[in-house]
Design a protein around this ligand. Structure first.
Ligand code: 4NP
Length: 148
């Protein structure tokens, strides 16, 4: 099973989802990656504030580097998980004819949070913590669903 997490910049929410899933819920035979619909941060490490929040929860994501989502990802992955509705629409715009890979929003899997994962980029520390908690709940629900 190959899962791709996607947000806008690939420096806050989707690397968090990738790192959280890998460190807490990963299982054998799973391949995880993340990407952004935008191109501004290609090649960059996750946002330092996001890394600090993750580190405070014992998760190291400093080796991740941003890349841009592309149409070829529909062929490479079995499941694409967007962080918000705008991401999901932007991803769908690139769907090649005949590609059947599902695109879902992360919080569809959460038992406690609804809607979009908060984009913390223009927020304070609380925004990063909220983002982390939303991502954890979504990843947990996703994991529950996949293990069935
Ligand atoms: P992300 O957050 O999509 O969760 O990585 C953002 C990062 C950068 C920007 C927007 C959102 N930006 O506008 O540069």
């Amino acid at each position: 099973m190959k899962i791709l997490f996607v947000c806008l910049g690939n420096i806050c929410r989707s690397p968090t989802a990738e790192a959280v899933y890998r460190s807490r819920f990963s299982s054998e035979g799973l391949f995880l990656d993340s990407a952004g619909t935008g191109s501004w941060h290609i090649g960059k490490a996750p946002d330092a504030r996001m890394l600090a929040t993750l580190a405070s929860h014992g998760i190291d994501a400093s080796d991740l580097r941003a890349r841009q989502f592309g149409a070829a990802d529909f062929e490479q992955f079995d499941l694409i998980i967007a962080m918000d509705e705008q991401n999901r629409r932007d991803i769908e715009q690139l769907r090649p004819p005949g590609a059947t890979t599902p695109v879902r929003c992360l919080l569809e899997f959460s038992g406690t949070h609804r809607g979009d994962v908060t984009d913390p980029y223009y927020e304070d520390e609380k925004g990063f913590e909220l983002c982390f908690n939303q991502v954890v709940s979504g990843c947990e629900g996703l994991w529950e669903q996949l293990k069935r």
